[in-house]
Design a protein around this ligand. Structure first.
Ligand code: ZN
Length: 586
């Protein structure tokens, strides 16, 4: 349920960011700032800074940044509205009644309940339709794909008729309210009134939550219809990124085995299940999400990833691995030969062959080292460094230091850097959880006067307009080293938004964010007066004129040398004008 738009702004200005962050991070006062150990990366000396009045935090180590809401969102893994609620509660600000977390009585909770019922009825409907005459081609497809009757029952497979409104009519007859039907996403409202079915002429796969309740569907096209798989939209019941297909059925087996088999698609999961691998789950998306990893870590310490061997599958594997490692999971990778996905492999070579392959799944870092070698080779020192840098981000995500040290030694041996300078650098980077040898940032500070200008622009709304105009009209932005920051700031002001550090940082690249943070958290900074900035802008203007004058002088000399007196006179006149302008500025 949404909160009023200005509620967040109200909460933000009333909340004490230092107190909220202080609940998770031990903060020490340092001048006008507060600093502590960054909760977003591993460190021994504090580089995490919080600014109370500017409502902004920034880590000089990893670049994490934002306002109080962002912090709660990241730390507590909640969406924005929930972060607003939590901050409001901590600040003692009454949250509008309809937005309280007490689900039992809320309309949202009632809607969820009704949606569960819609899905239960829809499930029964689709399953029954699978027996209809119209569904003969699906039954044939099911047979061809080797899906057993037992699986059809167990996975609740069904069929959505082509008529266009069969489900809509069925659910209406069942007396379910129109608004609930619409919220389920299973039926859509027609412009001309009435409803029609989202899924038409598709093979249906119910998607369940952890407790086994159906919360969404996926429909597979029968012919060449696109998309091949159509999913329910996100609803109050269903968030795609938070669901693992088959988890409710696989959970017990995962617990017993201490490991889960992670595959990509619905058919892969069914094929593995039929092969007797009951601890199988599918991500049903190109790559795993953080909430999915969280679900997994609660079930077992180990996961075997068996994604498609095509290039998309490989990329998805790489992305997913980072998350799994960060979750502290032990990971193995199964690479199937040829271009077969698990479903095809089982159909071609049988269940036993797939099971045998599973036992050969490689530990993740052996897999990564192999990939690094395939990508870069070890022909030159540069190639070795590139290979090492390919693996390093993954090593950096392993939480345990001892394991990182062991991994580093293993990988180094495989990439053939177990001695020498590269090895030393690699070992150190692995221990420090560094992702890459980063190129040092150029220009780590912006000049003091410019810093004062930025602070004044952030502080004083009325000063902004005037200063902005003068800087822009005279082309003075070009004179600034921090021009990207200043022009982003002026852009925000011109666009009518209140200049605020967190949103300003969002408009900058990482190196600029760092410069901005240095300005914001500068402990030597003192209050800036408008007069000072005025003087500064005059100085900038002088600098601009002097520069123009200098280039003019070169031109004059050149004109005199080539005896072009006409041009020389013209240029001297210009110089005269500049001198007058300069005199005014002094
Ligand atoms: Zn950090």
């Amino acid at each position: 349920m949404a909160l009023p738009a200005d509620f967040a702004q109200h909460v933000k200005s009333a909340a004490d960011i230092v107190r909220v962050i202080g609940e998770t991070v031990t903060l020490k006062k340092s001048g006008s700032n507060h600093i502590g150990l960054c909760p977003f990366h591993q460190e021994k000396t504090p580089s995490f800074s919080v600014h109370a009045t500017r409502q902004f935090y920034y880590c000089f180590g990893c670049g994490a940044k934002g306002d109080v809401f962002r912090f709660v969102m990241e730390m507590e893994k909640v969406p924005f509205p929930e972060a607003v609620r939590r901050v409001a509660q901590r600040a003692g600000i009454p949250v509008p009644a309809y937005a309280t977390a007490d689900e039992a009585a809320t309309p949202e909770a009632r809607l969820r309940k009704a949606l569960e019922e819609v899905h239960e009825r829809a499930l029964a409907f689709y399953r029954k339709q699978l027996q209809s005459a119209e569904a003969a081609p699906v039954r044939e497809l099911i047979r061809q794909r080797g899906v057993t009757d037992e699986s059809v029952q167990g996975f609740g497979l069904g069929y959505a008729p082509t008529s266009g409104d069969a489900l809509a009519n069925f659910l209406s007859r069942e007396g379910l309210a129109a608004n609930v039907l619409e919220a389920s996403g299973l039926v859509l409202r027609r412009d001309t009134g009435g409803y029609f079915d989202r899924f038409r002429g598709r093979w249906m796969f119910p998607i369940t939550n952890e407790t086994g309740k159906t919360i969404a569907f996926a429909g597979r096209a029968l012919g060449s219809d696109q998309p091949k798989y159509l999913n329910s939209p996100e609803t109050p019941l269903y968030t795609k990124s938070r669901v693992l297909y088959n988890l409710s059925r696989a959970r017990e087996a995962i617990r017993k085995a201490g490991a889960a088999l992670l595959v990509e698609g619905y058919m892969d999961a069914i094929a593995a299940w039929q092969a007797g691998i009951e601890n199988v789950i599918a991500s049903c998306g190109t790559s795993l999400t953080e909430p999915q990893v969280h679900l997994l870590t609660r079930c077992a310490p180990e996961v075997i990833v068996s994604y498609d061997p095509d290039s998309a599958g490989v990329a998805a594997t790489d992305r997913s691995l980072g998350l799994l490692l960060e979750g502290g999971m032990s990971v193995r990778i199964l690479r199937l030969p040829g271009a077969l996905d698990p479903d095809q492999y089982v159909r071609q070579f049988g269940a036993e062959a797939y099971k045998a392959r599973l036992t050969e799944a490689q530990p993740v870092f052996r897999y990564l080292a192999t990939r690094a070698l395939e990508l870069h080779g070890t022909a030159s020192p540069e190639a070795k460094l590139a290979a090492v840098n390919f693996v390093l981000p993954f090593v950096a995500r392993v939480p345990n230091k001892l394991i990182r040290a062991e991994l580093a030694a293993d990988i180094a041996q495989k990439i053939d850097v177990s001695t020498g300078l590269v090895w030393e650098a690699f070992r150190k980077a692995a221990l420090d959880r560094r992702e890459q040898m980063q190129a040092p940032a150029t220009g780590s500070r912006i000049p003091n006067a410019e810093a004062m200008l930025i602070r004044l622009l952030l502080d004083s709304e009325e000063a902004c307009k005037d200063i902005g105009n003068r800087l822009e009209n005279k082309g003075l932005l070009e004179e600034l080293e921090g021009r990207t920051i200043v022009s982003a700031l002026l852009g925000m002001i011109a666009g009518g938004s209140i200049p605020d550090v967190a949103s300003l940082a969002d408009r900058l690249d990482e190196s600029q964010q760092r410069l901005l943070a240095a300005v914001v958290f500068d402990n030597e900074a003192r209050p800036v007066s408008f007069g000072e900035i005025n003087t500064y802008i005059l100085a900038l203007d002088r600098k601009r004129v002097q520069r123009q004058r200098l280039s003019l002088q070169h031109k004059i000399q050149a004109a005199q040398k080539s005896q072009d007196s006409q041009l020389a006179i013209e240029l001297l006149r210009e110089q005269n004008e500049l001198d007058k302008e300069l005199a005014k500025l002094l």
